[in-house]
Every structure is written in structure tokens, then in C-alpha cells.
Design a protein around this ligand. Structure first.
Ligand code: URA
Length: 228
């Protein structure tokens, strides 16, 4: 991540606002990420995902669920997600919310599930949480268009309840194929649901922050959800 005040497209946050968002994200040391990553690689313990004892990961979707094969293109994948009826959430959704952003992004952001605004507009993080996410990204020198944004679930759970383990498991093949296609350098899991599902743990977000984890060999970091 570039750690400049201005992002690459020249978007400038007023210094006071930038400091405000950095404080909100509990970022106190401001340094070049290349240097920070080198330090992380040398010093920070890499926490591997735990053995799959958590029922959220142990759950296997029914065998008759069809997913595009390993070679699915973005268009094939998006079409399959739009038509997905793997779980009952398809009955209450306005539309599936696939994901958005740079297909070649270094940074893949994974949230929880679409909310009301996302369900209506068909794009992740467009409501209030999305506005804050954009501001958080700007504070670390990124524009939204530079990253890829997806969710654990592609469909909105009624009343924004937590995704069930079965829903998360049904949706996981879609997310996995997005991860494979983007092939990011870093995954940022935002919020408890994303972190728990990706790392197969029930640890608190607070305890998972400030450490480098690994998702199938991809460095993964955890932060609070903007809605929180
Ligand atoms: N919260 C999420 O986790 N994802 C969205 O897309 C919107 C809000």
C-alpha cells in the first residue's frame, strides 16, 4: 500500500480529516508499506488458519451445487452468481451483489454481506459503511477503483442478520474463485464475520488486528468493519 497523503489519482484528504480516519483505524505509525511489510515478514509471526474444526468451514455444500469450473472467467462467474439459488437468500434478495473493482488489484477487501443499499444497487459497500470505507482507503492513499471489494455473502440476509454457517459455506466457492482470479498480494478482512470465515476462528477482531495472518498462502490482515 502506498502510504502517501495523496493517492495515485491525486485525491487529497485534508490533513485533519486524514488524521481523524487514521486515528479511527488506530493507525499511529505512518510509514511506507514496503518497509512495513519487510518488517512484518521478518518479525511478525504469520498466523495460519486453524485446522478446520469450526463448523463454519467443516460444512460442505450439497454435492448437487453447480459452480463454474476452475477456468471460469469473470463474466462466467458473475453470470453464475447472478443466477445462484444455492441457499434461501436468493428468495429475498433484489439481486446478487457480485463484487467490484480492479480485477488485478494488489489489495482485496472482503466484507460481510450486502446491506439494504447494496442489495438495491448491486454493488458492495455503497451505503454509509461504504462511504467510510472509501474514506479509510483514501487515508491510506488508495482510491476505491484501485482495489477489489467483495463480501463473504453475495446476497443480503434479511434484516442484516449475521450470515449462517450454511449460507457462508454455500457462497464460499464464488468468493474463492474471485480470490483466485484477482490473485491479490494482500487480503484485508473487514469485520468479525469476514475474519472468522476466512481464518476459521472465533477470535475477537481486536486480538486479530496488528498481526499478519495467512489465507491459503496469501497474507491477510484484519480490521474493524466500518459499520462498527
Ligand atoms: N457491509 C458489508 O460487509 N458489505 C457490504 O457490501 C456493505 C456493508
Amino acid at each position: 500500500m502506498s502510504m502517501s497523503k495523496n493517492n495515485q489519482a491525486g485525491c487529497v484528504l485534508p490533513e485533519g480529516l486524514r488524521r481523524y480516519y487514521l486515528d479511527a483505524m488506530d493507525i499511529q505509525v505512518w510509514q511506507d508499506l514496503n518497509a512495513a511489510q519487510q518488517v512484518l515478514q521478518q518479525e511478525a509471526p504469520v498466523v495460519q488458519a486453524a485446522a478446520p474444526t469450526n463448523p463454519q468451514v467443516a460444512y460442505q455444500p450439497p454435492a448437487d451445487i453447480e459452480t463454474p469450473g476452475d477456468r471460469a472467467t469473470w463474466a462466467e462467474l458473475e453470470r453464475a452468481v447472478a443466477e445462484c439459488t444455492k441457499c434461501e437468500l436468493h428468495e429475498s434478495r433484489t439481486q446478487a451483489v457480485f463484487g467490484v473493482g480492479n480485477h488485478n488489484a494488489d489489495l482485496l477487501i472482503i466484507g460481510e454481506a450486502p446491506g439494504r443499499d447494496e442489495d438495491l444497487q448491486g454493488e458492495p459497500f455503497v451505503g454509509r459503511a461504504g462511504q467510510l470505507l472509501n474514506a479509510m482507503l483514501a487515508a491510506i492513499g488508495f482510491q476505491r477503483e484501485q482495489v477489489y471489494i467483495a463480501n463473504i455473502l453475495k446476497c443480503r440476509p434479511p434484516n442484516n442478520r449475521d450470515p449462517s454457517p450454511e449460507e457462508a459455506a454455500c457462497c464460499h466457492p464464488w468468493l474463492q474463485q474471485q480470490i483466485d482470479l484477482v490473485n491479490p498480494k494482500v487480503i484485508l478482512a473487514i469485520g468479525r464475520i469476514a475474519a472468522h470465515n476466512l481464518l476459521n476462528t472465533e477470535a475477537s477482531v481486536g486480538s486479530m488486528r496488528s498481526r499478519q495472518h495467512s489465507y491459503n498462502g496469501i497474507p491477510l490482515i484484519v480490521s474493524y468493519h466500518p459499520a462498527y
